[in-house]
Design a protein around this ligand. Structure first.
Ligand code: PMP
Length: 381
């Protein structure tokens, strides 16, 4: 037997795997993990296979196919009025996850502190810890998960190196507003603090709200890595395609890590996605598509005993079960699968301290019929 020290001794199987397995074992409807259960656009899948047939099967350029980077830059300028140079400021990545991993790796070393907002998407903290960094979680409270920036300020020390924000937010469906951005600008002014802005749900935003990309604000953009995911945009989470944006100086450092991490990303995917993006209205369609899903799911859930939490973006609806049970959210979520046949994610899983507000997260990126069947079961609660 060899001896070793785990670099992540407290990390076990994630709640996503646990709930998905439970869902499979009990043939439950799986609203736990965030992925669509409907097909991607046929035009998109044809564009990818055409790229393979056309012979785009060897290494792509290290930062990504220039044609795709140019389309990304064009989109960012159209939506946020910001100029990112395709040659030097856009890099195609293997999903948002790799962009996050690489951005954190680019700058965080032993002893650096990174502020994250919990409940938080699960890949931030382990990545920081792998590098010897210190996670400084700021705990948000149900039901609205609003950030008290005066309190955030108290987490700042001389070692604060990075702040990770995520809007629209997984798991809560909350969004950052202009006042949050103003506070963040004020807090980081005259510091060398970097921002990692996880914007993978940028186009899944509701009720006429404007996505507050850090790209809109030069004071933030100059210190920020912006992370995006084609998995969310194109309903293809299994393709693991995304990108990162940053000013040239930061991006040059990012690419030093990226090139030894993956070197480059799946070529036919890049060609196919670029060709597809040229011929669709996807950016206009996505918010409308998901707003319909959210509205439908909320209407259905209104017939249950759950209390709905606000959902302004992302494809997650959180619900409180406070008036149904006083079980731990993990126990309640497990019982929901085994006894009622619906899988969710208990939100305590997104807190370092497993704070339990009696809230569950449901993913509504599902066929209407899936959502309807799920709620038929939940009504029995
Ligand atoms: N950030 C957030 C907030 C996410 O929800 C996800 C995907 N669940 C990612 C990043 C990762 O995106 P990708 O699947 O493209 O790696």
């Amino acid at each position: 037997m060899i001896n070793f020290n785990s670099k992540l001794p407290t990390v076990g199987t994630t709640i996503f795997s646990v709930m998905s397995k439970l869902a499979a074992d009990h043939q439950a409807i799986n609203l736990s993990q965030g992925f669509p259960d409907y097909a991607a656009d046929e035009k998109l899948t044809s564009a990818i296979s055409q790229a393979m047939k056309d012979g785009f099967n060897q290494y792509a350029p290290m930062p990504g196919l220039l044609a795709l980077r140019a389309l990304i830059a064009e989109k960012i300028e159209t939506f946020y009025g910001a100029k990112y140079h395709p040659e030097t400021e856009v890099t195609v990545t293997a999903g948002g996850t790799q962009a996050i991993f690489t951005a954190i790796n680019t700058f965080i070393t032993s002893g650096d502190e990174v502020i994250i907002f919990e409940p938080a998407y699960d890949c931030y903290a382990p990545t920081i810890k792998l590098l010897g960094g210190l996670v400084k979680p700021f705990e948000l409270q149900a039901p609205d998960y609003k950030i008290d920036w005066e309190m955030v300020k108290k987490l700042f020390t001389a070692n604060t190196k990075m702040i990770i924000i995520n809007s629209p937010h997984n798991p809560t469906g909350s969004i950052l507003r202009k006042e949050d951005i103003d506070a963040l600008i004020k807090l980081t002014k005259d510091t060398d603090i970097l921002i990692l802005s996880d914007e993978v749900y940028e186009h899944i935003i509701f009720d006429g709200e404007q996505h507050q990309s850090v790209a809109l604000y030069p004071e933030l953009a100059e210190r920020s890595f912006i992370v995006a995911s084609f998995g969310k945009l194109l309903h293809t989470t299994g393709w693991k395609m995304g990108y990162c944006l940053a000013p040239a100086k930061l991006m040059a450092e990012f690419r030093k890590v990226h090139q030894f991490n993956v070197f480059s990303v799946n070529t036919p995917m890049q060609v196919g996605i670029a060709n597809y993006l040229k011929s669709t209205n996807i950016y206009k369609e996505i918010p409308v598509f998901f707003q319909q899903k959210r509205d439908h799911f909320q209407q259905l859930l209104n017939e249950t005993k759950f209390e709905l939490l606000p959902c302004k973006g992302s494809y997650f609806q959180c619900v409180s079960f406070n008036n149904i049970s006083d079980e731990k959210d993990t126990d309640f979520a497990k019982r929901l699968v085994t006894e009622f046949g619906v899988a969710s994610i208990p939100v305590s899983a997104f807190y370092t301290k497993n704070i339990d507000h009696k809230v569950l997260r449901f993913c509504f990126a599902k066929e209407d019929s899936t959502l309807e069947k799920a709620v038929e079961k939940l009504i029995k609660l």
